[in-house]
Design a protein around this ligand. Structure first.
Ligand SMILES: NC(=O)c1ccc[n+]([C@@H]2O[C@H](COP(=O)([O-])OP(=O)(O)OC[C@H]3O[C@@H](n4cnc5c(N)ncnc54)[C@H](OP(=O)(O)O)[C@@H]3O)[C@@H](O)[C@H]2O)c1
Length: 288
């Protein structure tokens, strides 16, 4: 039995979709959800549903009974996420789970990053997995291609890409493809005690993205490339809370510093084919 946490979220759901597409039986998959109402689709597909919360050890212990492999999708809550992740890992160990796959981040340097509040949790969780000695695989995920619109700004097709990332490049991967990579790791042998970079073969800057979107839409989309302060000020003036604007600016600074341009990738090997080219992905989203 494979258990997927965060199954009502994007990456967990994409992983389950990929497992089903590969012919994995739905009754061999358990979705951990905290709100059963959000799991109606999964239930209709025959996927087993277990209710559990990262904050509630007993719920996790009950959910992980009889599970062989676990995909721990990192929490997105603004709390002590290490406590949450340890709860899941400890409950897995108590139930004799044989292999934990964890979704981390692919970044140059955890110590010097502009987004320590994002990356430190992944390092701490990876360290904990090694410390407890359970077979693990860390998926060092780059950023989702699906986030490009969010970073660029709601009206970027008309007003230009407003994001402070300079000329920094990033090997964007669609979330669906990251789910496919996770499904491969969960269903094929030989992935124990490994870190994989889930990154595309080529990294692209926001300037290059603006050019691609211009070609796709036939309308010029400029890359405005504000500095981080101007970006935060612009978002705050548009009504975005300052903490959120600063959080997003942190990603721009990290991308601008080249932190995501790590020059390592295992995605093609895992998928057994070339990952989706960014322009092809963008054409699917903006070419309609
Ligand atoms: N690589 C990237 O670009 C990127 C971008 C954003 C986030 N991330 C990280 O990658 C993770 C997966 O991304 P995603 O797009 O799938 O995020 P998402 O769509 O926000 O899904 C997060 C999932 O975690 C579940 N969850 C949150 N807190 C929980 C708790 N206390 N107990 C049990 N389940 C809990 C959520 O449940 P509910 O549905 O009930 O809320 C949801 O199913 C995120 O959580 C975040 O750590 C990565």
């Amino acid at each position: 039995m494979i258990l997927i946490t965060g199954a009502t979220g994007g990456l967990g759901n994409a992983t389950i979709e990929s497992l089903l597409k590969k012919g994995f039986q739905p009754n061999e998959i358990t979705a951990l959800v905290r709100d059963e109402n959000k799991a109606a689709d999964l239930k209709n597909k025959g996927v087993q549903i277990k209710i559990g919360n990262y904050n509630d050890y007993d719920s996790l212990k009950a959910a992980l009974l009889g599970v062989d492999k676990l995909l721990l999708v990192s929490s997105n809550e603004m709390v002590d996420r290490l406590v949450q992740h340890k709860n899941v890992i400890d409950a897995a160990i108590e139930n004799g789970v044989k292999h934990i796959v964890y979704t981390g981040i692919d970044i140059q340097n955890y110590a010097t990053t502009a987004i320590p509040y994002v990356s430190q949790i992944h390092k701490n969780t990876a360290d904990y997995l090694q410390e407890v000695g359970i077979p693990y695989t860390i998926l060092d995920n780059t950023l989702y291609a699906d986030s490009i619109g969010l970073f660029s700004g709601e009206t970027f097709l008309e007003t230009g890409v407003f994001f402070p990332a300079g000329d920094g490049k990033l090997p964007w991967v669609p979330k669906a493809e990251m789910g496919e990579a996770a499904a491969v790791v969960l269903t094929t042998p030989g992935h124990e005690d490994k870190n994989y970079a889930i990154t595309a073969n080529t990294a692209y800057s926001f300037g290059e993205i603006a050019e691609m979107v211009s070609e796709i839409t036939g309308k010029e989309v400029k890359y405005l490339n504000p500095d981080a302060d101007t970006y935060v000020e612009g978002l705050v003036n548009a009504g975005v809370p300052k903490e959120i604007a600063s959080f997003l600016a942190g990603f721009g600074i990290a991308i601008g510093n080249g932190e995501f341009d790590t020059n390592r990738t295992d995605l093609e090997k895992l998928l057994g084919r070339k990952p989706t080219e960014l322009k092809e992905y963008l054409a699917g989203v903006y070419g309609k």
